[in-house]
Design a protein around this ligand. Structure first.
Ligand SMILES: [Zn+2]
Length: 467
C-alpha cells in the first residue's frame, strides 16, 4: 500500500552485483547460505565468526508446541537444535549429554513467524511526503537496520519485502545474510513495478523538473516489452521475486486507489518473464477489475484485494491464487485519516474508504476457501507491531490455528520455501519463537513474543530461561 514515499527517479551509480548474486537467487536456500558464508569468510572473517551459530547441541524445553501442519498443540516437547538447523522434535523434556538447555516450560513454541508484506526500509508518518524529497537510498538502508531488528524481536524471523527505493532492501538482505546486521531473512522484490502515474511511479505529485519520465529500469512500464525489461532489471539487481501494482493505491499521491493500471498482456509478460528467472509475482490490487486481470494473467498472490467481488473470489479459487489481506494497514490508515494533515488531502478519502473494507473482504474470501497467507504492509504502521494482524484475522472470523498457519506453514508455501521454513521439523532452519500462554485460546499472546531464535541463534529470551 505504501506509495514508495522515499522513492525518486535518481538512480544510484551502476555498481554491478557480483555474478554470484544472480546465480544465488535461483539456488536452494541451503546453497545460498553456504555461498553467502563462503563469501563472508573470504573477505571479512570477523563478521563470519560473530554471526556463526553455536555448533553445540541446544535443547529447547517447550511447555506446548504448535504443530503448524496440523494446526494444533502437541503438549510438552523438546526441540533439539544443532548449528542452524533443527535436529529433532520429540515429546516430553529430555537433555542429551552435553547439550545446553533453554527452559521454555511455561510457553508455547511456534515456528518463526513470516510476514509476507513489508516495506522494511521505510516507515510512513505525517512527514513521509516531504521525506521523499530529502532521503537517499543510504538513509533508507540505515533506517532499515533498525526496523529489521524490531521486526525480528517481534518474532518475525522471515519477511517478504514488497517494494523499496534504491534497492535498499536488497542491500539489507545481503547484510543480514552476511552477519553484519541483525534482522529477519528477507525475500525481496526490490523496486515495485507500476505504470506511468500508477501506484509505483516514484515521481507522482512531483513538479516537472523533479519528476521526469521514469522507465522500466525505475520500475515503470507501459507495454509488454517494458514489462519484460523491468522484470529482467529486477533480476539483475538481485531481487528474489516481483511485485506489481495492478491498481491504484491508498498512499500514492494520486486520485484513484482502485482503477486498473495494467493490461492483461502487460501482466502476462511480467508473469512469463518472472517464471523464466524462477521468481514469483505478487500483485498489489484494491479494485475488482485490477484483481481479476492479475488473477487471469497468473500472478501468485493478490495483496490487499480490498474490493474483490464474489466472482473474483471464485476465480482465485479456480486459479489457486493466494490472498494476502494486510488488515493491519487498512485499520491503521483508516484511523490516521481522521487526523487532518496526517495524509495529503488527495490521499485522505482513499484511506477512509479502503481501510475499513479489507476485513470484510477477508472474511468472505476465508469462508469461500481462498488460500490465505499472512502479510501486514509493515511500514504503513510502525515496524514491530506485525503480530497485531493475528488479532484482526481472528476478529474477521479466522480460527486462531488458521491465522497461525497463515504466518507459518502457509506463508512458507507461498514463498516456495516449504523445505526450509514454516514448521518445526527435523532438517529445517532453527527459526523458533515462544509466547507466554496458549495462542489458540487467546490470540493476543502473539503480541508478547518472549523468545526468538533465528538460524539457531537466540536473539531474545525471558530472564533465567537458560542454564
Ligand atoms: Zn505495501
Amino acid at each position: 500500500m505504501v506509495g514508495s514515499p522515499g522513492a525518486h527517479s535518481r538512480r544510484a551509480p551502476a555498481i554491478p552485483f557480483p555474478a554470484a548474486r544472480n546465480r544465488m537467487t535461483a539456488m536452494r536456500p541451503a546453497l545460498l547460505l553456504a555461498v553467502a558464508a563462503a563469501s563472508v569468510a573470504g573477505h571479512h572473517p570477523h563478521a563470519a565468526a560473530e554471526s556463526a551459530p553455536p555448533t553445540a547441541l541446544t535443547a529447547l524445553h517447550c511447555g506446548q508446541l504448535f504443530d503448524a501442519a496440523r494446526g494444533s498443540l502437541r503438549g510438552a516437547s523438546t526441540v533439539l537444535v544443532e548449528g542452524r538447523r533443527i535436529q529433532s522434535v520429540s515429546a516430553g523434556h529430555h537433555l542429551p549429554e552435553g547439550a545446553r538447555r533453554i527452559d521454555l516450560a511455561g510457553m508455547t513454541c511456534l515456528p518463526g513467524l513470516i510476514d509476507l508484506h513489508t516495506h522494511i526500509t521505510g516507515e510512513t508518518s505525517a512527514r513521509s511526503y516531504e521525506d521523499g524529497f530529502r532521503l537517499d537510498p543510504a538513509d533508507h538502508a540505515l533506517r532499515g537496520t533498525a526496523y529489521a531488528k524490531r521486526t525480528l524481536l517481534a518474532g518475525f524471523t522471515t519477511i517478504r519485502n514488497l517494494g523499496d527505493s534504491g534497492n535498499a532492501s536488497i542491500a539489507l538482505r545481503n547484510a543480514i545474510e552476511q552477519g553484519y546486521v541483525i534482522g529477519p531473512r528477507i525475500f525481496t522484490a526490490g523496486k515495485s513495478i507500476g505504470t506511468t502515474g500508477g501506484h509505483a511511479d516514484p515521481t507522482n505529485g512531483r513538479n516537472a523538473e523533479l519528476g521526469g519520465d521514469p522507465g522500466p529500469q525505475d520500475g515503470v512500464v507501459n507495454s509488454a516489452d517494458d514489462a519484460r525489461k523491468a522484470v529482467r532489471q529486477r533480476y539483475k539487481d538481485g531481487a528474489d521475486l516481483i511485485k506489481i501494482t495492478s491498481t491504484g493505491g491508498v498512499l500514492s499521491y494520486a486520485r484513484n486507489g482502485q482503477n486498473p493500471q495494467f493490461t492483461v498482456a502487460e501482466i502476462e509478460a511480467v508473469v512469463a518473464t518472472a517464471k523464466d528467472y524462477g521468481m514469483r509475482v505478487a500483485a498489489h490490487a484494491h479494485g475488482d477489475e485490477g484483481i481479476r486481470r492479475a488473477v487471469v494473467a497468473g500472478v501468485d498472490s493478490i495483496e490487499h484485494g480490498t474490493f474483490m467481488s464474489d466472482a473474483t473470489i471464485a476465480l482465485m479459487k479456480k486459479h489457486g491464487t493466494w490472498y494476502v489481506p494486510t488488515l493491519s494497514a487498512g485499520a491503521f490508515v483508516a484511523d490516521k485519516a481522521k487526523t487532518p494533515g496526517y495524509y495529503p488531502e488527495i490521499v485522505r478519502p482513499k484511506a477512509l474508504a479502503i481501510g475499513p473494507q479489507i476485513q470484510q473482504t477477508l472474511a468472505r474470501a476465508w469462508r469461500a476457501g481462498v488460500k490465505i497467507a499472512f502479510g501486514t504492509d509493515a511500514a504503513v504502521y510502525p515496524h514491530g507491531g506485525n503480530a497485531h494482524e493475528f488479532v484482526l484475522l481472528v476478529e474477521a472470523g479466522m480460527p486462531p490455528a488458521a491465522a497461525l498457519q497463515a504466518a507459518t506453514v502457509r506463508a512458507a508455501e507461498l514463498l516456495d520455501q516449504s523445505a526450509q521454513l514454516g514448521s518445526l521439523d527435523a532438517g529445517k532452519f532453527a527459526d523458533l519463537v515462544a509466547v507466554p500462554g496458549d495462542p489458540l485460546a487467546d490470540i493476543e499472546v502473539m503480541e508478547s513474543v518472549a523468545f526468538v531464535m533465528k538460524d539457531g541463534v537466540v536473539h531474545k529470551a525471558p530472564a533465567a530461561s537458560a542454564d
